[in-house]
Design a protein around this ligand. Structure first.
Ligand SMILES: [Zn+2]
Length: 176
C-alpha cells in the first residue's frame, strides 16, 4: 500500500528545511505564500508501526490565485458568496499546476516524492481555515505557517466533515 495514502503519525523536517519553509512563505507577506514539500515516506517499526514523512526539500511556489480562479476552476463545493467576496491572495493561495508537474518531475529524478503542500496564514493561526477544508479534494498533508513563523502540520481528507488531524512535527535534525 502506498504510504502516502495513509495518515502519517509524524513528520520530520531534515536539515534547515523548516527554516527555509517559514522564511520563504513569510517573504511574500501580507499575501499567503505557498510551497510544495518534497521528501520520502517511511514506516518505522518500534512498538507499533508508524508512518512518518521526511521533508528533505522545500519547493517554493508563486501564489497564482486570482479573483477569477473560482470561475476557471469550478468547485463542485461552491463557496457561499460571502466567502467569494472576501477572498484575496491575503487569505487564499493557489499553486500553479505546471509548477506541481515540474516539482514532481524533479522529485522523481531524485528518488523523492511530493508529500504535500504548505502555505502561510499571515493573518491567522496555523490551523486549516474553512476555505482550506472546502478545497481539500484528496487526502494529504497540509503544513501551515502563521505570521510568527509557527509551523503546524495537518492531515486533510477529501471528506468535508472530517476534522483535520494534527500531525506531530519532530524537531529538525541538525546534520554536522
Ligand atoms: Zn489556509
Amino acid at each position: 500500500m502506498n504510504l502516502l495514502d495513509q495518515n502519517p503519525m509524524i513528520i520530520e523536517f531534515v536539515g534547515d528545511s523548516l527554516k527555509v519553509l517559514s522564511h520563504s512563505l513569510l517573504a511574500v507577506s501580507p499575501n499567503e505564500g505557498c510551497a510544495l514539500l518534497v521528501g520520502n515516506s517511511k514506516q518505522t517499526i518500534c512498538l507499533k508501526q508508524e508512518n512518518s514523512l521526511e521533508i528533505h526539500m522545500i519547493w517554493p511556489c508563486c501564489n497564482v490565485w486570482e479573483p477569477d480562479t473560482f470561475t476557471l476552476i469550478e468547485s463542485p463545493r461552491k463557496l457561499n458568496s460571502d466567502h467569494e467576496e472576501k477572498l484575496s491572495k491575503q487569505n487564499r493561495f493557489l499553486i500553479d499546476p505546471r509548477e506541481q508537474l515540474l516539482a514532481q518531475h524533479w522529485a522523481r529524478k531524485h528518488n523523492l516524492k511530493i508529500l504535500g503542500s504548505a502555505h502561510s496564514h499571515p493573518k491567522g493561526a496555523s490551523i486549516p481555515s474553512s476555505v482550506d477544508c472546502l478545497w481539500s479534494f484528496t487526502a494529504g498533508l497540509m503544513v501551515i505557517v502563521d505570521k510568527m513563523g509557527e509551523v503546524r502540520a495537518w492531515w486533510m481528507e477529501s471528506d468535508q466533515n472530517f476534522h483535520p488531524k494534527e500531525v506531530r512535527i519532530l524537531t529538525p535534525k541538525v546534520r554536522t
